[in-house]
Ligand binder design. Sequence first.
Ligand code: SAH
Length: 243
Amino acid sequence: MWRAVALTLFPEMFPGPLGASLAGKALTEGVWSLEAVDIRRFAMDRHGTVDDAPFGGGVGMVMKPDVLSAAIAAVVRSPDMAAVPKVLLSPRGAPFTQARGRELAAGPGVVLVCGRFEGVDERVIEAHALEEISVGDFVLSGGEIAALAVMDCCVRLLPGVMGEPLSASEESFEDGLLEYPHYTRPASWIGPDGTERRVPEVLVSGHHGKVADWRRTQREEITRRRRPDLWARRRTAKVNEEK
Ligand code: SAH
């Protein structure tokens, strides 16, 4: 069973949206497990203090190293958690990718440390060799939503979670390309602007080869137009392959 452990000041945020739909069903069926550990339980004083003012001054508060470290240590102490990657959600982390999600999903699970306030004391990151992961170039108020995003990406890749296992290989990012456009019935649809929109003819042609070609071209065009960064990386990868 794939194990996710979230260390958080807000355990009530879990499983949250992951209790519904495919992830929720897989959770109930025991395909994966989720444990939310309340960091405040490890506070050292009777007020339950978990944060303090930053050395050097400045705004906001910082999560205390002693309390957070005790929480992490309690989780990784169990032998079955020793080999599990330990992640800190952080806007300055490495951008999370489908590739990293696939690696994590193939392993035993993940420990996700959710920051709050201005973040965590740097020494905890060092001492526990936390891998810093960002879910995008924007700032959330805490790591919980980022942790849920990482878990969701991993869980849907676990065997038996998605109805159609093949569909993952054609998905956005799996091969460095974004997805082609989707269409379903009705073949002709009149939208709110009164315009009739028909699905591309090739998709109703029944010609599988032509459909595959069309989808490929669409993926390449969309990627080139919307994500020149992905497109450039793909070109570089290809050139290196040919060398
Ligand atoms: N002072 C920090 C922001 C702190 S936000 C800075 O300027 O970078 C509080 C917490 O939310 C962080 O510790 C982190 O755990 C989480 N968080 C915020 N944005 C995130 C993002 N883009 N990816 C992952 N975690 C994020």
